[in-house]
Design a protein around this ligand. Structure first.
Ligand SMILES: [Zn+2]
Length: 300
């Protein structure tokens, strides 16, 4: 009995609760937590979900661990019994892709930006080591799945009665950000090109990020799904807080460089007025300033 009870507790601790929200007809979103990754939340940090067509389903980001991917799949099966034909991975960050193995079946295409493979080659091992450190045994089965389809510029996925337009962006949040747009409902999945409430992360180029935001704002979206957080702001107004943050970090870092501040001084001084506006500010903001400083150092 003791063994059984222990097993039950362990399995209960591994359960991720997946709540789905149908943000537009056939578009189901699960919102991840804003907490840091832990054995309790199993890496359930990103906004993930799926789109249901007449013939098949496309998953948009399978989540931060195999457990999250499996939970998403179980929740999906309560909504539709159609087969999964595509798993779109918006970019190679652990909270978005590590659940991919839950959807590995014959006939499933794993879709990513053409630039994805390069980052995957460099970061797979460190990302897996960090996942094991944070999740312990609960990381078992989480793995890096190599995409089977790459998007250079644009691509269309046909789900039957519904087409998804995939677009590969120039360097912004990362150097391989992919978005998903369904023109029939005006629904845009942004991946981490949009952070709401959670501190934006620059792992590509801050100047590129700002340019991409301007381009995104021109898309005819009505409903949109950020990579983290939620907002009721109409499109494209929901991009404004992130845009303002990035612009401030860019301007203040540029000014610090002009005043010959060192990178350490810049990290202490730039953007501090933003601290109260964002979740996980300490964890990500300093790194953003470091990245920006390094990027701008070569401007002149
Ligand atoms: Zn990301």
């Amino acid at each position: 009995m003791g063994w059984l009870a222990a097993w039950f507790v362990a399995s209960a601790a591994l359960a991720v609760e997946i709540e789905l929200e149908e943000v537009a007809p056939g578009h189901f979103v699960h919102r991840g937590t804003m907490e840091e990754r832990s054995a309790e939340n199993l890496g359930d940090q990103a906004n993930i979900g799926f789109v249901v067509g007449e013939r098949c389903v496309a998953v948009v980001d399978p989540g931060g661990s195999l457990a999250v991917g499996k939970a998403l799949k179980a929740a999906m099966r309560k909504v539709t019994d159609k087969p999964v034909c595509h798993v779109v991975i918006t970019h190679f960050h652990p909270d978005h892709f590590f659940g991919a193995a839950a959807f590995r079946e014959s006939g499933v295409q794993f879709v990513a930006h053409a630039g994805y493979a390069r980052t995957m080659a460099v970061r797979s091992r460190p990302y897996l080591n960090a996942l094991r450190r944070d999740l312990g045994a609960a990381a078992d089965g989480s793995e890096v799945i190599a995409p089977t389809m790459f998007v250079d510029k644009v691509a269309t996925l046909d789900l039957g009665g519904r087409s998804l337009e995939l677009r590969a962006w120039s360097v912004a949040h990362t150097d391989h950000d992919l978005t998903v747009f369904d023109a029939s409902t005006g629904t845009l999945w942004l991946g981490d090109l949009l952070f709401v409430d959670h501190t934006p992360v620059v792992d590509g180029s801050i100047r590129g990020f700002l340019e991409v935001l301007d381009e995104l704002a021109r898309l005819p979206a009505r409903v949109y799904v950020p990579g983290h957080g939620r907002t009721d702001a109409p499109w494209p107004d929901g991009l404004i807080p992130e845009r303002d943050y990035l612009k401030l970090v860019l301007d203040e870092t540029r000014a610090a460089l002009k005043r010959k501040r060192t990178i350490e001084q810049a990290v202490d001084e730039v953007g501090t007025t933003e601290a109260s506006r964002w979740v996980n500010f300490e964890a990500f903001h300093r790194r953003n300033v470091t990245t920006t400083y390094t990027e701008l150092e070569w401007e002149e």
